[in-house]
Design a protein around this ligand. Structure first.
Ligand code: DAT
Ligand code: MG
Length: 138
């Protein structure tokens, strides 16, 4: 097997709603491995690095506020093609539009906030995955 790694975050909304176990269950049921796992409230400095590509966009500040609002679970997930595979498990960014069967589609919806509270993050490429794992698991 060609092992690939991705960074998954169960975001503060997922943590508050008690969905961490359900998300991890789906990752394991798919056949991926949980390689490292850490619960923490993310600090704004590392969130700025993590979300550098979105700096300056209208949703950036609310996004950092939301992400630093409480505990989240950071997970290094391993398995062949797990970057693409987890993005498909997660579903579309907008939880209202995410298809049923996906984490965001089954468990998420619009709660009237400025930022999409969409339960999970997943790296979007091998380069992003290594960069993001380096930020949170230094
Ligand atoms: P994804 O999390 O699907 O990779 P992204 O990287 O484009 O999406 O954006 C990062 C997060 O920022 C996303 O999970 C929720 C928030 N976000 C993205 N686009 C948004 C928008 N148009 N309005 C509000 N929040 C947004
Ligand atoms: Mg992204």
């Amino acid at each position: 097997e060609q092992i690939e790694r991705t960074l998954v975050i169960v975001k503060p909304d997922g943590y508050r709603r008690g969905l961490t176990g359900e998300v991890l269950r789906r990752i394991e049921a798919k056949g991926y491995t949980l390689a490292s796992l850490q619960v923490m409230t993310p600090d704004r400095e590392r969130l700025a690095q993590h979300y550098a590509e979105h700096e300056g966009k209208p949703f950036y500040e609310p996004l950092v506020d939301f992400m630093s609002s409480g505990p989240a679970t950071f997970v290094v997930v391993e398995g062949q093609r797990c970057i693409e595979g987890f993005r498909i498990l997660a579903g579309a960014t907008d939880p209202t539009a995410a298809l049923p069967g996906t984490i965001r589609g089954d468990l998420g919806r619009d709660w009237g906030k400025k930022v999409q509270e969409n339960i999970v993050h997943g790296s979007d490429s091998p380069e992003s995955a290594e960069r993001e794992i380096g930020i949170w698991f230094a």
